[in-house]
Design a protein around this ligand. Structure first.
Ligand code: PAF
Length: 269
C-alpha cells in the first residue's frame, strides 16, 4: 500500500489513474475499524481509485487531552485499508493541512448548531474546513461518510450544496459490535467495565425507537434506560432531522470517554 503525506505527492500518485475513472475518498482520522472498512468497500465497489485519508485533525478537537489520547496506528491502518480495497492512503502532516499563517475557515451555521455543535464549540468548523481541504486536494467524484456521525454528514451535505462542490456524498450504515455498540475509534479507550456499560447506549436508543413507534416520547424512553446506570453521564438525547430522516441522537460520557450514536425513528415517506 502506498502512503503519501503531501498534496504534491498525492497529485503525482493520482495523475495516471485519474483519466476516465472515478475517484472515491473516505476521510478518516485513522484507527480504522469495520465502520471505516465498510465505507472503503462501498467506495471500491463503485470507484476505480479509492483514497482513504488518515489525518487526526487538530482543529476539530476542543479538549487538547482528547486529541492526545486519539489512537494512531498508520501502518496497521494502511494494511486494513488495502485489504478493504483502498488504493492509496493520504496521510498529510499538520503543516501540510495548516501551513503557517492559516486563517480561512468554513462555518456551516445552522446545521452545525445544536447537539454536537453545542456540545463541542468549533468542532464542525474544524470538520468542514478540513473536509473542504481534503476534497480540494484529492478531487474525488464521490465521498463516503458514516451515518453514525449523522450531524457531521448533514454539515458536509450542506457545505457541498452551498459551495457548489462537484461531488456526490454517499452514506454508509452504522456498523455495530454484537452487543449493539456502534463501532468507534474511541471504543478502545474504554476499560473492560466501561465497555460493558457502553452497551446501554444502543439499548437506550432502541427503547427510544419502540417508544416512538408506540406514540411516546423517544428521548424520555432512552433517558430512562440510561438513568439505570449512574456510571453513564448523559450529554444529550435529542431528535434531529438529517437527509430527510428523523433520528434519535445521543451523546454520553463513560469515564473520560465520550460516545455518540443515533438511530432512525422515521425514514422519508
Ligand atoms: O469523522 C471523522 O473521522 C472526521 O470528523 C473527519 C470526517 C475525517 C474529518 O476530520
Amino acid at each position: 500500500m502506498r502512503i503519501v503525506d503531501s498534496a504534491p505527492a498525492l497529485a503525482e500518485a493520482l495523475e495516471r489513474p485519474r483519466s476516465g475513472t472515478a475517484i472515491g475518498l473516505v476521510p478518516t482520522m485513522g484507527s480504522l475499524h469495520d465502520g471505516h472498512l465498510s465505507l472503503i468497500r462501498m467506495a471500491a465497489a463503485e470507484c476505480s481509485n479509492v483514497v482513504a485519508s488518515v489525518f487526526v485533525n487538530p482543529t476539530q478537537f476542543g479538549e487538547a487531552q482528547d486529541i492526545d489520547r486519539y489512537p494512531r496506528q498508520l501502518d496497521r491502518d494502511a494494511d486494513l485499508a488495502a485489504t478493504a480495497g483502498a488504493d492509496l492512503i493520504f496521510a498529510p502532516t499538520v503543516d501540510c493541512m495548516y501551513p503557517d499563517g492559516f486563517e480561512t475557515w468554513v462555518e456551516v451555521t445552522d446545521t452545525g448548531r445544536g447537539l454536537e455543535g453545542d456540545a463541542r464549540p468549533g468542532h464542525f468548523r474544524g470538520v468542514a474546513t478540513v473536509c473542504l481541504k481534503l476534497f480540494n486536494i484529492v478531487a474525488p467524484d464521490i465521498v463516503y461518510f458514516g451515518w453514525k456521525d449523522a450531524q457531521q454528514t448533514a454539515v458536509i451535505h450542506r457545505m457541498i450544496r452551498d459551495l457548489d462542490l462537484a461531488l456526490t456524498l454517499r452514506l454508509g450504515a452504522t456498523v455495530r459490535e454484537p452487543d449493539g455498540l456502534a463501532m468507534s475509534s474511541r471504543n478502545t479507550q474504554l476499560s473492560t467495565e466501561e465497555r460493558e456499560r457502553a452497551s446501554l447506549l444502543p439499548r437506550a436508543l432502541t427503547a427510544g425507537v419502540a417508544a416512538y413507534t408506540a406514540g411516546d416520547d423517544p428521548s424520555d424512553a432512552a433517558l430512562a434506560v440510561l438513568a439505570t446506570d449512574n456510571g453513564i453521564e448523559v450529554d444529550y438525547v435529542q431528535q434531529m432531522t438529517a437527509h430527510d430522516h428523523r433520528l434519535l441522537c445521543a451523546a454520553v460520557r463513560i469515564g473520560t470517554t465520550r460516545l455518540i450514536d443515533n438511530v432512525i425513528l422515521e425514514e422519508p415517506a
